[in-house]
Design a protein around this ligand. Sequence first.
Ligand code: FPP
Length: 262
Amino acid sequence: MAQVLHDSLRKKGVGGFDKSEENLMKQLYIDNLPKHIALIMDGNGRWAQKRKMPRNVGHKYGAEALKKIVMFCNEINIQILSVYAFSTENWRRPKTEVDMLMKLLIEYLQREIDLLNRNNIRLEVSGDMEYLPVEVRSAVQKGKEVSKFNTGLILNVALNYGGRDEIARAARQIAEKVKNGEYNIQEIDKTLMEKHLYTSSLGDPELLIRTSGERRLSNFLLWQLAYTELFFTDILWPDFDRIHLLEALCSYQKRERRFGGI
Ligand code: FPP
């Protein structure tokens, strides 16, 4: 009989859950949890506006919500969590908001890296680092370096990331290699494309969660999400907690994944 998440956590001595969390954990089989979860953390701005606060406050609370979800994913042995922190389209926001998001990212990476490290979590980044402020790049570099031998959850932060850009970049790199004689045209297939994506070592997510009621992919992991189960919730990101994650996991486990078969 497959083990349920509740029993497995109890065995490990992990506790501190309330009744409704426990009830959900009793319904979840550990051998059928997604290995890789993708997360579109949407609704920070609306969360703040509903409270008559500046949008930036929503991003701050959003960063706190992320911290708790990262820790929980690590506890329940999710292997990879890919989060959409800043898209190639987010540069269109007012400069003050972009600057604040960059500042928040630097602070988050500097402040939380010890916590990530203590919990055996490895930091990875997907996206075009070239045009990011130098302080963001060095915080990312340092975070990756100090956590590179960790074997727990991989936190993959998508930064200045766009799915279409990623696919075009892979095509450019392969074209260059064909030109140099490293590959011939017949060798171009999906495996070769995958090798040239930012996520080449991470594989595809089995589950994507998007908060705030929007039902779009917004240029996130376009190649990787081809067969991913999608879960949309009206909860605004700063309110997203363990219960909501457990609900998404329960929904995932009820689905039958056929990958185009019958
Ligand atoms: C979308 O909400 C959220 C973002 C563009 C940024 C996500 C950033 C965080 C959760 C904070 C920090 C992240 C890290 C990795 C430290 P929105 O602003 O589009 O909200 P709205 O749709 O209500 O306007």
